[in-house]
Design a protein around this ligand. Structure first.
Ligand SMILES: [Zn+2]
Length: 111
């Protein structure tokens, strides 16, 4: 899983602005959790993720060429590593999206 990003957001349980961990799958926010009380909010982004993923796949060749033109040495040096890690990152993203969707579904059923 990619490293979480952090933001100060209002927490309903803490009643204050607190640090939150934000987990993204690609460009989509999948879950946020308060680092103080642990309150977690999961979003079911499965449909949006598929659409976003299709868009990312379509634009990948263009982005690769742009990176190669602007940063040829960095791009070439990082290619072996990114070639190995990209499939693993994709698996992590899909797992994150599915797990968050399942937690969101369970939370909806509890109401
Ligand atoms: Zn909190």
């Amino acid at each position: 899983m990619s490293d979480p990003r952090h933001a100060v957001l209002g927490c309903a349980r803490c009643g204050a602005a607190t640090d939150h961990e934000l987990h993204y799958a690609g460009r989509l926010l999948v879950s946020s959790s308060c680092t103080v009380c642990g309150l977690r909010i999961d979003l079911d982004v499965r449909r949006r993720y598929l659409s976003d993923l299709a868009s990312r796949i379509r634009s990948k060749p263009r982005r690769v060429v742009r990176r190669l033109r602007h940063h040829p040495v960095t791009f070439t040096a990082g290619l072996p590593r990114s070639t190995v890690l990209k499939p693993l990152r994709m698996i992590d993203e899909v797992r994150l999206v599915l797990a968050a969707a399942e937690r969101a579904r369970r939370r909806t059923e509890q109401r």
